[in-house]
Design a protein around this ligand. Sequence first.
Ligand code: AMP
Length: 425
Amino acid sequence: METITMDTFDAMPLVEPLHQALKDKNYTTPSPIQQEAIPQLLTGADLLGSAQTGTGKTAAFALPILQLMHEKPRERQRKQMRALILTPTRELSIQVAKSFAEYGKYLNFRTALAYGGVAIKPQIEALREGLDILVATPGRLLDLQGQKQLDLRGVEFFVLDEADRMLDMGFIQDIRKIVGQLPKKRQSLFFSATLSPQITRLAGSILTDPVEVRIAPQETTAENVDHSVYFIDPARKLATLIDLLDDQLDKDDSHLSLIFCRTKSGADHLVSQLNQHDIPASAIHGDKNQNARQRTLDKFRKGRIPVLVATDVAARGIDIRDVTLVVNYDLPNEPEAYVHRIGRTARGGLKGRAVTFGIGGEFKELRAIEGLIKKPIPVETDHPYHDDGLMRRYQSFGSTSKGSSFASSPGRRNKRNRGTSFGKR
Ligand code: AMP
């Protein structure tokens, strides 16, 4: 199928009430994901979107859903909804519902929220007479259904938002249960910041012949991040990290350090090792509940814990000005995550440093990152753990590869890889 891109909202075949709402918000230029996704979704296609928060993905799915519902009105049925949007967290649910309310302000749709940690009764009340749009987290949705207060048989539009985070938070079974009850005939949209094989499999079980839109995180590294790679023996990772952190802790209290591990258990293990060496550190990852994560983040932000150990998904969106050191203790699975990780430092115009541990066995991943950012990461040799032999092996390892590995995505009619900017290109 040929892709038609529309680089202004005026050029998009949206109905007047949506155009008006966009004008009220002063949006003139659709972001790349909006340009790609909106025309496709208006044709009824399923969509696999690889995009992070901040790319404008909410409007990319909310606008076409609102339009399609508006064009084919249907009477509300008790306990039913026409559009179901599943998100991993209460915060995201609230944000998504707010977007539907803003973009749909001149249309007459009823939207409600269902998330845990608050009284269920008002949510039951909201569902009783039927809804147009329900934005929910998986656990509470299943609770409501268990209490026979919610009926999924009327769903025409299904959106799974931040799927990778859902999996990281252990929602996979809940998602399967929910999807199993949706009508077969529906339009499904699946968004995830990363596309691991597990995510791709899940997408394949939900979508039918989807259009694929891939919006890469900005493929440049932030100007004022001083990034480098340390070639070291894996057995010396901890000692190297402790040296780096000791230097940080010798500075004043406002210097925070963020350490990335690949797995949740790796993050926990590293925290206990650091604590044993009298370095105050905490972990945030998807096994911790939302409140615990928030508490840890608040303490980090205030400098009460100077070192935070995180997995990629838990660290998404962390915007803390005083982070002056990022350490990639493990390399990320996806090269795109490198850019995201090191972008957690040098915020608000400050300078920051990002150190990546280069060890044997991870050369391919390192090359993929360099391929993505289109330049080598400078090597730091001036430290006691530098392994010259390892560095030389890396230098003769393969040539710079293209970086991204999305070869096994489900059926694709169309594939794009664009930047995130909202401006005109
Ligand atoms: P999202 O990625 O959906 O979380 O959106 C990120 C932010 O960009 C939100 O604050 C949106 O309101 C805003 N936004 C979305 N689309 C546009 C657009 N086309 N022009 C300007 N801002 C936008």
